[in-house]
Design a protein around this ligand. Structure first.
Ligand SMILES: [Zn+2]
Length: 287
């Protein structure tokens, strides 16, 4: 058999213990260059309907119909100059104005600097949440619009979400997201606790209110997954899913804990009266 594929599922009959259901029904991916198994987590469980576990080696890959991986696409990065250009601008984004109105200015300034919160007029007064990884490389800049009075997202007449690579018209930009605030793990020690929330806004406000934890955001419900959380595997993690997302995040937490993660998934928001999709900041301000 000729191998044009970077990785493919092992075609031998060898089966391993599935990281999800713990049955010996797991087919691993093989690196076709070295003929070695990739690791214990990338592969497919043969109990398709009862378990369904299937994890590919990377999210940025091209696969064929047999799930062989033909090409791994390298993620793109932004030049660090964007930080000078879009952070600490004279004009404040609506979100930054909101923060200064409601929280202690010194703490707000510190949060802006730590998380590199930017401003752009893609929409007038829009906010940029740069996603910087542990190597301080900028993976992307998410643009969102907030109302400066309420601090809420502007979702009408359309959901105001875009990306800096679109604004900058960077062709063929390959967006590979990381946790918002991920670069800050370089500033903590291995014994510290990391709290994970969905929205960038919540991570920033919580970092101002509760300073003894590092607050990171997934940026979306679906962002709570292995390849996003991998860089913080060694830490004690508390996840605070938005209201009604608890069961999904809890399921992921249990799965990852079997792989050595230490995630505690909080059901705090499920048990209290809060609108669906509500988060920690809504909880603190509506109580
Ligand atoms: Zn399984």
């Amino acid at each position: 058999m000729k191998h044009n594929y970077k990785y493919s599922l092992d075609t031998s009959s060898k089966k391993f213990i599935c990281p999800n259901c713990n049955k010996k029904t797991f087919v691993k991916f093989i690196d076709n260059e070295t003929q070695q198994y990739l690791n214990n987590n990338d592969g497919r469980c043969d109990r398709e309907s009862k378990c369904g576990y299937f994890k590919k080696p990377t999210s940025n890959c091209i696969t064929n119909i047999n799930n062989c991986i033909t090409e791994v696409i390298q993620p793109s990065y932004h030049n660090r100059k964007v930080l000078q250009e879009y952070c600490n601008t004279k004009q404040q984004s609506n979100f930054i104005s909101y923060l200064f109105k409601h929280f202690e200015p010194k703490a707000v300034s510190q949060a802006i600097n730590l998380y590199h919160i930017g401003t752009t007029n893609y929409w007038h007064g829009a906010t940029i949440f740069w996603q910087m990884d542990t190597k301080n490389v900028i993976r992307g800049g998410k643009i969102m619009q907030y109302d400066c009075k309420t601090g809420k997202r502007v979702k009408k007449p359309f959901n105001h979400v875009s990306w800096m690579h679109k604004q900058l018209k960077l062709k063929n930009f390959v967006l590979q997201q990381c946790l918002f605030g991920q670069h800050l793990i370089n500033t903590i020690s291995k014994s510290d606790t990391i709290c994970i929330v969905e929205s960038e806004k919540t991570a920033i406000i919580m970092s101002i209110l509760i300073t003894n934890f590092l607050w990171l955001a997934t940026g979306s419900k679906s962002g709570f997954k292995e390849n996003m959380l991998q860089p913080i595997k060694e830490y004690k993690i508390i996840a605070y899913p938005d209201k009604t997302e608890y069961h999904n995040w809890q399921k992921t937490s249990l799965l990852l804990n079997k792989q050595g993660y230490k995630i505690e998934c909080s059901n705090l928001l499920e048990s209290i009266e809060l609108e669906n999709g509500g988060d920690l900041v809504d909880f603190l301000y509506n109580k």
